[in-house]
Each structure stands twice: as C-alpha cells, then as structure tokens.
Design a binder for this molecule. Structure first.
Ligand SMILES: [Zn+2]
Length: 172
C-alpha cells in the first residue's frame, strides 16, 4: 500500500496515521452511524449513504447521525424502531438541536438523545452526559463560553454554554 505523507509548512512534527475515529458510544449496543469517517467494529457499523434498507436489516439499537438526518428519519414512513438511544453528531456547520427537536425525537422514538460535538476528524470535543445537563468538554473548545459549575452527573469537566457563536459576538 502506498502512503502519501503531506508535511504542512515544511515542518514534520508528527505523522497522523490514517485511522478512523472511534465512536464514543453512550451505551454498549448495536450502532448504526450515518456519517462517514468512523472506525467499524462488530457492534458499530458506518452507513455514510444515510438511512436505507441495508441499515434497517442491521437493526440498530442506537442510531448516530446529524440532526438534519434525524429530523428526516423522524418524519419518514419507514421509521425504524430504536430501542436504546439516538446520538446527535454535531459539527460546526450544523444547527444546534433545539428543545423542540429533542421533545419530538423523544415522542417519536421513546429513547434518550445524546448530543456529541465533533471536529472535522470526528474527534469528540464535548459530549452530553447521562444527566442530560449539557455537553462536557473533552478537548479543545477554547472558543466557547464554558460553564464551570458542577454538574449533577458528577463529571467535573466544564460544560459548553449554549449558543457559543452569539456569545462570542456579544463580547466583541
Ligand atoms: Zn453532566
């Protein structure tokens, strides 16, 4: 196999291996991820083409997807039965899931919704805890306004304040 290494600005600090990000599952369960760039395991399968017959046959207990995909899935006639959880994979370019989204997903699927905020390499920057009391910072998030008060889940990591972009404009 040929491996091409690009060296940014002529400085070789380290070589990032071409591995795919590990999905940080909130639960051990059969998971379908509808976004490309995640490593597959026995339980975790990636379907970058979105929801399809193929995903239905896999019969996932967790579905992880962007909010626009989950909204579409919720209104689809071939809506699947999901037994464990939905995971919203949110990137900077995505809308933040609203409370209305969460209520609707809960009403339709009857499973908890966990949000994860990711960078473009699918690394988790912040993730929602079991208490559903916000997204705890895992790494980075330096641009964001953070809430350092202790969460009821016991995780001491700071949480993202909602609407970080607006907050940043408000400071300027
Ligand atoms: Zn928490």
């Amino acid at each position: 196999m040929q491996v091409r290494i690009r060296i940014p600005r002529g400085v070789a600090r380290f070589v990032r291996p071409r591995i795919q990000a590990q999905f940080q599952s909130p639960l051990e369960a059969r998971t379908a991820i509808l976004v490309r760039g995640f490593a597959q395991t026995r339980r975790v399968r990636v379907f970058p083409e979105g929801w399809s017959e193929r995903v239905a046959r896999f019969d996932p207990e967790i579905v992880a997807a962007r909010i626009v995909q989950l909204r579409k899935l919720a209104s689809s006639k071939s809506r699947p039965e999901i037994s464990h959880a939905l995971v919203v994979l949110r990137y900077d370019t995505d809308p933040t899931p609203t409370q209305e989204d969460r209520d609707r997903l809960w009403r339709i699927f009857g499973v908890p919704v966990f949000e994860q905020y990711l960078n473009d390499r699918n690394e988790v920057l912040a993730m929602e805890c079991d208490a559903h009391a916000g997204l705890h910072v895992v790494q980075g998030c330096l641009d964001h306004v953070l809430d350092a008060t202790l969460c009821c889940c016991g995780n001491p990591a700071a949480r993202l304040q909602l609407r970080p972009v607006l907050a940043r404009f408000a400071v300027a």
